[in-house]
Design a protein around this ligand. Structure first.
Ligand code: CDP
Ligand code: MG
Length: 137
């Protein structure tokens, strides 16, 4: 059993895609183990994307993630990390397969609607960052 982090970025929240994205996750028999709508602190987002600190898009992606409310979601299930990454699709929506969230609802890389953890180690780190209070049980 794995738990992974999904973020619905501000564009996904403002476009009323919370339900659609969550519906797909639940339809896959993955379990929502934690969920909250928050306005992220800049420091949280910078820590979240710390691996990209030197990349040219770091400032703009941090601006975007703090530009409005986001959904932070913990998703649990067998191979949840890989399953969720596949469901969200390629980083660049132009390369994302139809049927994925990005392939169906996004058009540009700077507004690709969701984040999902890349591997179990990243998932553990990110869950601690976004759910410092822990998950309800
Ligand atoms: O989100 P994912 O793990 O698929 O991609 P990433 O390579 O870890 O990049 C993190 C985020 O930075 C992406 O989801 C995009 O929102 C943003 N990004 C961007 O705006 N421009 C790029 N050239 C690459 C990434
Ligand atoms: Mg990533």
């Amino acid at each position: 059993m794995e738990t992974t982090l999904v973020l619905i970025k501000p564009g996904g929240v403002s476009r009323n895609l919370i339900g659609e994205i969550t519906r797909r996750i639940e339809a896959r028999s993955l379990r929502v183990a934690g969920m909250k709508l928050i306005r992220a602190e800049r420091a949280t987002v910078e820590e979240h994307y710390s691996e990209h600190r030197e990349r040219p898009f770091f400032g703009s992606v941090c601006d975007y993630l703090t530009s409005g409310p986001v959904i932070a979601m913990a998703v649990e299930g067998e191979n949840a990390v890989k399953a969720i990454r596949a469901m969200m699709g390629a980083t660049n929506p132009l390369e994302a397969t139809p049927g994925t969230v990005r392939g169906d609802f996004a058009l540009t890389i700077d507004d690709n609607l969701t984040h999902s953890s890349s591997d179990p180690e990243a998932a553990a780190r990110e869950l601690k960052l976004w759910f410092p209070e822990g998950l309800p049980h």
